[in-house]
Design a binder for this molecule. Structure first.
Ligand code: SAM
Length: 176
C-alpha cells in the first residue's frame, strides 16, 4: 500500500503540477493520493483518468496532513533535497505501508521530525514530480511501469504513431 501525500497545494497556482504528481503516483505504482487542500476540480480530473485508463487509484483532497501522518501505521518518507541519499535510505525502507510526502513550496519544519526518513533524490532542487517518479521507480524495483491497469482505453506501444484500443466500444486507432 503506497499513499502519496501532497502538502501545500494552492488550487489555482498548483493545479497543473499537483495533477502531474497524482498521475505520476498512479502510473508508478501508488494506490492513493491525499492532498492537503480541498480541490474538487483536481479530484474530477484524476478520477476521469482512472475511469478511462483503469486501475483503482483513489484521490482525497482536504486532508488534515498532521493527523494523517500521526495516525499512519507504516513508514513515512519525506522527499526533500536536504535529506539523506536515496541509495542509502532505500535498503532501510521495508514497511509495506508507505506514506510518501512531497511539498509544493517550503514545507513546515516539523515534517522533518515527523517523517521516518527524509530522503533526497539528488541534492539539487528540482521538482516533486521528478523526485516522486524516481523514488517510486526505485522503491518498486523498477517494475511499476509494466503494470497492466486493465482500463477501458489501452495504449498499444507504437514506435511511430498512436494506437489506442477502446475496449468500451471495440474501436481502434483514436486519440483519447
Ligand atoms: N524550497 C522548497 C523546500 O525547501 O522545501 C522546495 C520546493 S520544491 C519545488 C517542491 C518539492 O519537490 C519539495 O517539497 C520536495 O518534496 C520535492 N523535491 C524537489 N527537489 C528534490 C530533491 N532533490 N529530492 C527530493 N525531493 C525534491
Amino acid at each position: 500500500m503506497i499513499v502519496v501525500l501532497r502538502l501545500g497545494h494552492r488550487p489555482r497556482r498548483d493545479q497543473r503540477v499537483t495533477t502531474h504528481v497524482a498521475l505520476t503516483a498512479r502510473a508508478l505504482g501508488a494506490d492513493e493520493i491525499w492532498v492537503s487542500t480541498e480541490d474538487e476540480g483536481l479530484e474530477r480530473t484524476v478520477r476521469g483518468v482512472v475511469e478511462r485508463f483503469g486501475g483503482r487509484f483513489r484521490i482525497k483532497t482536504g486532508v488534515d496532513w498532521r493527523k494523517a501522518i500521526r495516525t499512519w501505521k507504516g513508514d513515512i518518507v519525506h522527499l526533500t533535497m536536504y535529506g539523506e541519499k536515496l541509495s542509502k535510505a532505500l535498503p532501510r525502507i521495508k514497511s509495506r505501508k508507505l506514506l510518501v510526502v512531497v511539498g509544493a513550496e517550503k514545507v513546515p519544519r516539523e515534517l522533518y521530525d515527523m517523517a521516518t526518513f527524509n530522503v533526497s533524490v539528488g541534492n539539487q532542487p528540482h521538482s516533486e514530480v521528478a523526485a516522486l517518479a524516481i523514488f517510486l521507480d526505485r522503491y518498486t524495483g523498477r517494475k511499476s511501469l509494466d503494470r497492466d491497469f486493465r482500463g477501458r482505453l489501452r495504449i498499444v506501444p507504437n514506435p511511430r504513431g498512436k494506437t489506442v484500443v477502446d475496449r468500451g466500444e471495440g474501436g481502434r486507432g483514436k486519440d483519447p
